[in-house]
Design a protein around this ligand. Structure first.
Ligand SMILES: Nc1ncnc2c1ncn2[C@@H]1O[C@H](COP(=O)(O)OP(=O)(O)OP(=O)(O)O)[C@@H](O)[C@H]1O
Ligand SMILES: Cc1ncsc1CCO
Ligand SMILES: [Mg+2]
Length: 274
């Protein structure tokens, strides 16, 4: 089932619109190509509606917010809802400023998201209307541990019920949940926190997987998180073998997504269902 999610992306090659930040835009475009989908990066409000109509899915990332891109996000998001195309929200740094928090609230009230994908601090901030972060990174105090895992699963299910979106929380342990069922995913490597944009890339990947699997959004989002984690592990192994660093590791990760098969995803997946 999870491998099929990947194979459908390669078969259908959905076109994904990304309204994203200028830090990791190129990585998001490349990982979208690597998984077999096609990216378009456009944040102009003038073409937002046309682009949303043309594309099969939309990824909205709040990494480097400004008033013009927010207009494009709202226009493209609403049009994607009209067209029935999945929309992913990556609420980057939601707890870092009131501007980000207010923007996230506006997006959530105007757009029906298919998935909300962020680190634990970002998702907690959205759900509680306030929170903390280390800039765009999670606050260490929020980290999911074995002790807090049961509460976090319940929290993700509840927030999925409230938003009607799949909630994908990333970190050392990922939780991908709808209101009834949660995947607790233990793929990934700590080096991924040293590569800016692993979360942004995962959000682009999630949009591609959702667009290619319209009937199975939970499984598609879980498969995207597993794929990202597995490829992070493979990239780390190559980096370590070559005594390379985080920059090479970023490239190795995208290369691993390029080569990943459905069968490898099934075999390497490390998760439990709750
Ligand atoms: N300590 C860790 N161990 C294993 N995997 C990790 C770890 N930290 C992050 N990851 C993986 O890295 C990816 C991105 O997660 P992270 O929580 O760092 O996102 P993020 O904060 O949104 O990243 P960014 O904002 O830099 O794009 C996920 O696939 C996650 O599983
Ligand atoms: C570092 C950074 N700052 C804004 S967006 C971004 C990329 C990771 O989210
Ligand atoms: Mg992020």
């Amino acid at each position: 089932m999870l491998g099929e999610m990947l194979e459908n992306v390669r078969k259908k090659s959905p076109l994904i619109q990304n309204i994203t930040n200028y830090v990791t835009a190129n990585d998001c475009a490349n990982i979208t190509l690597a998984c077999g989908a096609s990216p378009t990066m456009s944040d102009g409000e003038e073409e937002a509606v046309e682009m949303a109509t043309l594309c099969d899915g939309l990824n909205i990332n709040m990494g480097t917010l400004h008033p013009r891109s927010i207009k494009a996000m709202l226009l493209a998001g609403k049009q994607s809802n009209v067209c029935g195309h999945p929309v992913v929200l990556d609420p980057v740094g939601a707890g870092a400023s009131s501007y980000r928090m207010e923007t996230a609230a506006a997006l959530l009230s105007e757009i029906q998201f298919a998935a909300i994908r962020g680190n634990i601090s970002e998702i907690k901030t959205l759900a509680n209307g306030k929170g903390s972060s280390k800039g765009v990174d999670a606050d260490a105090a929020d980290a999911i541990t074995e002790d807090t895992l049961p509460d976090m699963i319940a929290f993700a299910k509840e927030y999925a019920g409230i938003t009607g979106a799949v909630i994908a929380v990333s970190g050392a342990i990922d939780i991908v949940s709808d209101s009834k069922k949660a995947y607790v995913i233990r793929n990934g490597h700590s080096v991924m926190a040293q590569i800016t944009g692993c979360g942004c890339m995962l959000s682009s990947l999630t949009a591609a997987y959702l667009a290619a699997n319209p009937e199975h959004h939970l499984e598609a989002a879980a498969a995207a998180s597993i794929a990202m984690g597995l490829c992070g592990q493979l990239a780390y192994d190559k980096m370590a073998a070559q005594q390379a660093g985080n920059s090479s590791c970023r490239n190795y990760l995208i290369d691993a997504v390029y080569h990943l098969t459905g069968e490898q995803l099934e075999r390497g997946a490390n998760y439990e269902l709750y």
